[in-house]
Write a protein that binds this ligand. Structure first.
Ligand code: GLO
Ligand code: MG
Length: 344
């Protein structure tokens, strides 16, 4: 039994297309995914605005809310909650150069419209959390926008969202690059600075994704710890990543089990989840995975997380603290490795 509640997004079960080739699996409809998520042991679903309300560009504000109410019923049917809604500011032609910091005013207005609608949708789905994965917020051509102006645009957009709804919480998911070349908000440290500059810092926090930290050359457990130290870890996207390259969204722990252990350890030690936070996964199946194995990577990630949770529960803190006091870090390291390898 895990002490945590888990969440996952519909995009984590995808058809396998990448930039170089078409889909390798069939699309699966939302209800089938919900049923399977519940069966595997997830308690909540993460949404992009248009996962919940497809074709929202062509709907009125009222129609969008009405459609979202239907999705809420579907969630209820499977005993699932909605964890967050994220405005999808990277697919539409309006977002070719970003959302809140696009070089065109009409495109910035479109981004704000989507941001407000994502709040409406979250409200209908019964959640108070908006995630901003700032996919295209930065520069493709370094001279195309001032980083000072762009940073202030982001703060202003968040302020408008905070004003639009007085209890909604905003959670930035930092990433240093991809699809953007140079991002404006690349790490949890950036998120903390943005949060502090808004009109209500208590309502602005972070979503640390393991792979994004690795892409920034940082340690995911330390990034998690940094946010926890300021009480600003609103959610996490656990996964794994083989060094600095394209974003891989590998199953949690499959690349670096010690780093994964330390992510679980810092979450456990700091009672993450006690305020209702979910352990979110953001993992993708390999392109070669077959239709019938569409959910294996989710199960694997959960199993690895839970196995590491057990390891943390067995961690001999008395012994570890003694080694720390004596500064016997070689022994401390080997004790940790032996525990992970199942030798103690
Ligand atoms: C991509 C991101 C993406 C987000 C999702 C919700 O790199 O990790 O999957 O997590 O859009 O914010
Ligand atoms: Mg993510």
């Amino acid at each position: 039994m895990s002490a945590f509640k888990f969440s996952v997004g519909p995009w984590n079960v995808h058809a396998g297309a990448d930039s170089y080739g078409p889909a390798t699996r069939n699309e699966i409809d939302l209800e089938t995914k919900f049923a399977k998520f519940a069966e595997i042991g997830f308690s909540a679903v993460q949404f992009h605005d248009d996962d919940a309300v497809p074709d929202m560009n062509n709907m009125t504000d009222e129609e969008i809310k009405e459609y979202a109410r239907g999705v809420k019923k579907l969630l209820d049917k499977y005993g699932l909650a909605a964890e967050f809604v994220a405005p999808r500011l990277w697919m539409d032609p309006h977002t070719a150069d970003g959302g809140f910091m696009s070089s065109r005013k009409e495109d910035r207005d479109y981004a704000m419209w989507r941001a407000y609608r994502s709040i409406d949708i979250a409200r209908e789905l019964g959640c108070d959390l908006i995630v901003l994965w700032l996919a295209r917020e930065g520069t493709l051509c370094a001279e195309s926008k001032s980083p000072v102006w762009a940073t202030k645009q982001l703060v202003e957009a968040i302020n408008k969202m905070l004003e639009y709804d007085s209890t909604i919480r905003i959670c930035i998911e930092p990433k240093p690059n991809e699809p953007i070349d140079r991002s404006i908000c690349g790490t949890i440290g950036h998120v903390m600075a943005i949060s502090a500059a808004t009109i209500d810092p208590k309502r602005v926090g972070g979503n640390l994704e393991s792979a994004h930290a690795i892409l920034a050359g940082l340690d995911p457990a330390h990034e998690i710890g940094f946010a926890l130290a300021f009480d600003k870890l609103f959610t996490v996207h656990l996964n794994d990543q083989n060094s600095i390259r394209y974003d891989q969204d590998k199953s949690f722990g499959v690349e670096n089990i010690r780093a994964a252990f330390n992510q679980v350890k810092v979450l456990v030690e700091n009672n993450y989840g006690s305020k209702g936070e979910y352990v979110g996964l953001d993992v993708k199946a390999m392109r070669t995975t077959s239709d019938e194995d569409s959910y294996e990577h989710l199960k694997n990630s959960l199993d690895i997380f839970k196995a590491l949770e057990e390891k943390v529960a067995r961690y001999d803190y008395e012994y570890a603290n003694k080694l720390i006091e004596e500064r016997k870090f070689e022994q401390l390291e080997m004790y940790t490795m032996n525990l992970i390898m199942g030798l103690v």
